[in-house]
Design a protein around this ligand. Structure first.
Ligand code: DX5
Ligand code: ZN
Length: 224
């Protein structure tokens, strides 16, 4: 699977949930589609689950990037991989056996990804970086779209990029939360290469044009 250096993965959290297939068709330039699964326990919000992801899988050929904000991902995450998700992200704060889980996801043919909330340090997970294909660094407290980007995560993005570089492996660094044309450059400059954007894309008059604008801004940011 070859992908461009700077990837934009719009979140459908701010899209019209009654028309998800049509909403995804509005963003052909997206590199992946980010789907936020929330269980009302790990985060104080409830969105969608496996049956809806299975329906989305049938409605689009785009790569599906599933972000699980749920308790007990050890039990549930493999089902999303089996449902045809291309990438499955679990939170390290919720996983009981993250290495076993990452291996299971890869065995099922998905990319494995681990997510960290803003206050969770990366250093304790440095030794397991090569077990995953992507690290998701939350740049807001998970649970809701439309929050402000937390600049305090920038040093962790830098640190994660450095730890990834030392492994010599191809591991993506994704940021999620408050990403817009105003903030994406800072995240890219710090070392992120995959950007989730929810409200910035779906509140734009032309969501697909915004995807391309965001990608351009990310490329510019990392040239600084
Ligand atoms: C928040 C979700 C995000 C959310 C981002 O917990 O994980 O993916 O959709 O929305 P924005 O881009 O509006 O911050
Ligand atoms: Zn997300």
């Amino acid at each position: 699977m070859s992908l461009p250096a700077m990837q934009i993965t719009p979140s459908v959290l701010n899209a019209n949930f009654a028309e998800l297939g049509a909403e995804i068709a509005r963003i052909p330039s997206a590199d992946m589609v980010h789907v936020d699964v929330m269980d009302g326990h790990f985060v104080p919000n409830l969105t969608i689950g496996l049956p809806v992801v299975e329906s989305i899988r049938k409605a689009t050929d785009k790569l599906l990037d599933i972000h699980l904000m749920i308790e007990d991902p050890d039990r549930w995450a493999p089902d999303y991989a089996a449902a045809g998700a291309d990438s499955v992200t679990f939170h390290v704060e919720a996983a009981r056996a993250p290495i076993r889980l990452a291996r299971e996801l890869r065995k099922l043919g998905a990319r494995a990804s681990m997510a960290l909330k803003p206050a969770t340090p990366i250093d304790g997970f440095a030794d397991m970086l090569t077990e995953v294909d992507m690290v998701l660094l939350m740049t807001v407290e998970p649970g809701f779209g439309g929050q402000s980007f937390l600049d305090l995560v920038l040093p962790k993005i830098r640190r994660t990029r450095e730890l990834v570089r030392r492994t010599g492996a191809q591991i993506l660094v994704q940021v999620d939360g408050g990403v817009s044309v105003d903030t994406i450059g800072r995240a890219a400059e710090a070392g992120a290469d995959v950007f989730v954007a929810g409200s910035a894309v779906y509140r734009a008059d032309d969501p697909d044009a915004m995807v391309n604008e965001l990608r351009d801004a990310a490329v510019k940011g990392c040239q600084h």
